[in-house]
Design a protein around this ligand. Structure first.
Ligand SMILES: [Zn+2]
Ligand SMILES: [Zn+2]
Length: 125
């Protein structure tokens, strides 16, 4: 976890018309997450245990496919956890993951953050 994200929090948190979570961060960065992405990065022990195996359910879906998406990538509820995280309840009943702001920011799927992660990974190699 990058320590520089520790003090960053969302100024705005909402959903786009096509059902993606949308966060505007206190440093001005904007992140948009497909529900499948959010489920994929679920930080609970159960999901972390399965990471490393090929992500079958998480192929990239078109908006049309999303309407008939498997239950596990349908967000039913979003609840705040203190003032540091949110928790999703998924269509299949899964709700163990606590998504801290730092986690969400770390996993931002935008191009700039993708490049940054790539550089980090090379730096560690
Ligand atoms: Zn989980
Ligand atoms: Zn980003």
């Amino acid at each position: 976890m990058r320590s520089e994200y520790r003090d960053i929090e969302p100024n705005e948190l909402g959903w786009t018309e096509d059902g993606h979570a949308h966060i505007v961060w206190s440093d001005g960065h904007v992140s948009t997450y497909a529900p499948a992405t959010l489920r994929k990065i679920c930080p609970c022990a159960e999901c972390r245990g399965t990471h490393g195996t090929p992500p079958k359910a998480f192929t990239i879906l078109t908006p049309k496919q999303l309407q008939s998406a498997p239950k596990q990538i349908v967000v039913e509820r979003v609840e705040p956890v203190g003032n540091y995280a949110i928790a999703f309840t998924w269509g299949d009943g899964h709700r163990e993951g606590i998504y801290t702001w730092a986690l969400l920011r770390e996993e931002c799927p935008c191009e700039a953050c993708g490049l940054r992660r790539q550089v980090d990974a090379e730096g560690r190699a």
